[in-house]
Design a protein around this ligand. Structure first.
Ligand SMILES: CC(C)(COP(=O)(O)OP(=O)(O)OC[C@H]1O[C@@H](n2cnc3c(N)ncnc32)[C@H](O)[C@@H]1OP(=O)(O)O)[C@@H](O)C(=O)NCCC(=O)NCCS
Length: 457
């Protein structure tokens, strides 16, 4: 961005310093956290220190379309709103470039997520997506994209209640435009666009703590390429170990243990059925139609054959979904999926990227066998199944495999040699009250992880 534009943009943002609450139409109630959180204190979210609700439900009722604000929230004069068409390669690349330079970094600013163009196309176009929920901000003078936020439709079950919601993600503001209260304007504009489609609830995650997490999960990491992870400072040799010992400890078999094969179109119905039954284990879960299952697990497997995109990869491959087929019934008894999300290494001469796989959804029908949880059969099966995911990820030359303390992960992370990271991920619901869900810690009788069955991309 040329300096001159930058300067004037910054000046008008300074002038803007909008009263976040007042912008929403002026009716928002001030709450106890309003002073600490000038924006979130005015939003329909549980406020810090609120008691757990007696009953789950919305905070503000839904409105008919004509009562939803019809015009976009104002931006300062040097900026304009844009609806991003993520299917258009040029606009897709603009989002990709913005995120590549300005999106989430780790606490030490040594790594930054690098979402590929294929990834963004996949993540932002699930069945029934709305282009209008892909909201950008451009500098009027040169049309440069300087901020972005996106929502996609999701059907959620939270404890016993099911509802349509938006999954909001990828909020990103150019580094030069930070701390100027632009984030609340982006959030309000995407909320307005979501409301215009008759949706009044959302799910989102953040490293930041804002009012008020429904769950907190911790990242765990499983080293695959130890020499590289050591070289870039992602991991260290503990005092009582050596690099050679770490390599030996983390060595994986060359081939998977279960007879897994890549998921195909013919598996969609069987995977959907298994997934729906398995996800009942968790308090918070997505409900997926056949089209959703096809999109989330099958549509981003890249083109050509495995190997065309490098060892273990198709060209442009984003997800790896593998199934176990019962030879007698031809039903799918197990599946796992992981996605590929590299990070740019910001200060290493030796390497420029960490190739990372992230555990996505999985299921096994061992969960439905009598007593399988109590006698350890389920845990053993999951260890083998996710162990196979590690083998497949290793074949695809991932350097590290990441997972959160959600779903059944907690029971197998240690055995599979994952170690805790230093980052937490907070889960949030917009305009929905529910008591805390078990993430990194137990909640009441619910074991850690079992509260959360949504994996955000
Ligand atoms: C996250 C980001 C968009 C926030 O923008 P910013 O310029 O730092 O913050 P602004 O001054 O515009 O707005 C501050 C308000 O936004 C809230 N906010 C900050 N990060 C947020 C997040 N990730 N989600 C929701 N709200 C957030 C703040 O809590 C504050 O509101 P409050 O006063 O009620 O507490 C920006 O820092 C960024 O692009 N970071 C890199 C990408 C990133 O981390 N994205 C979030 C992924 S979850």
């Amino acid at each position: 961005m040329p300096d001159e534009t930058e300067g004037s943009v910054t000046r008008s943002l300074e002038k803007m310093k909008l009263a976040d609450g007042a912008q929403g139409g002026g009716q928002e109630k001030k709450t106890a956290t309003a002073d600490a959180h000038k924006f979130w204190g005015t939003q329909p979210v549980p406020q810090l220190g609120d008691e757990p609700p007696l009953e789950d439900g919305y905070i503000e009722p839904s409105k008919p379309r004509e009562e939803v604000r019809q015009d976009a929230y104002p931006l300062p004069k040097d900026f304009e709103w844009t609806t991003v068409d993520i299917m258009d390669p040029t606009q897709n690349k603009e989002v990709h470039d913005l995120l590549s330079l300005h999106y989430v970094e780790d606490a030490n600013a040594s790594l930054r997520f690098k979402y590929s163009e294929e990834f963004l196309r996949w993540a932002l176009t699930p069945p029934g997506y709305f282009k209008e929920w892909h909201v950008g901000v451009r500098v009027s003078a040169n049309k440069k994209l300087v901020a972005f936020i996106a929502g996609v439709p999701i059907t959620l079950r939270v404890r016993g209640k099911e509802f349509a919601a938006s999954e909001v993600n990828y909020i990103c503001i150019h580094k030069k435009l930070r701390s100027k209260r632009l984030a609340p304007v982006l959030i309000k504009e995407v909320t307005r666009q979501i409301n215009l489609q008759g949706i009044f609830q959302a799910i989102y995650t953040a490293g930041a703590v804002i009012p008020t997490p429904i769950s907190v999960c911790r990242y765990y990491h499983r080293s695959l390429n130890v020499p590289k992870l050591l070289a870039v400072g992602f991991t260290f040799v503990p005092r009582n170990s050596t690099a050679a010992r770490m390599i030996r400890m983390n060595k994986l078999p060359d081939t998977p243990t279960l007879g897994v094969r890549p998921m195909e179109e013919k598996d969609v119905a069987s995977v959907a059925d298994l997934f729906a039954r398995y996800m009942k284990r968790f308090d918070l879960a997505p409900l997926m139609t056949l089209e959703d299952v096809r999109h989330h697990f099958l549509s981003a497997q890249g083109t050509g054959t495995i190997g065309d995109g490098g060892p273990g990869r198709r060209v442009g491959q984003v997800t790896w979904t593998y199934v176990v087929e019962n030879p007698a019934t031809h039903k799918i008894s197990d599946f796992f999926s992981y996605y590929y999300l590299p990070s740019t290494i910001l200060h290493s001469a030796a390497h420029d990227m960490v190739e990372a796989g992230y555990l996505y959804y999985y299921a096994t029908d061992v969960a439905f066998e009598d007593g399988a949880e109590a006698d350890g059969r389920l845990k053993n099966r999951l260890k083998t199944l996710i162990g196979d995911a590690l083998v497949i990820a290793n074949q695809a030359k991932m350097d590290v495999f990441n997972a959160l303390t959600l779903m059944d992960n907690v029971s197998i992370l240690n055995d599979l040699k994952f170690g805790p990271g230093d980052a937490n991920l907070n889960f949030y619901l917009y305009n929905w009250r529910t008591a805390k869900l078990a993430g990194m810690s137990d909640e009441g009788d619910v074991k850690a992880g079992m509260g959360v069955g949504v994996v955000m991309l």
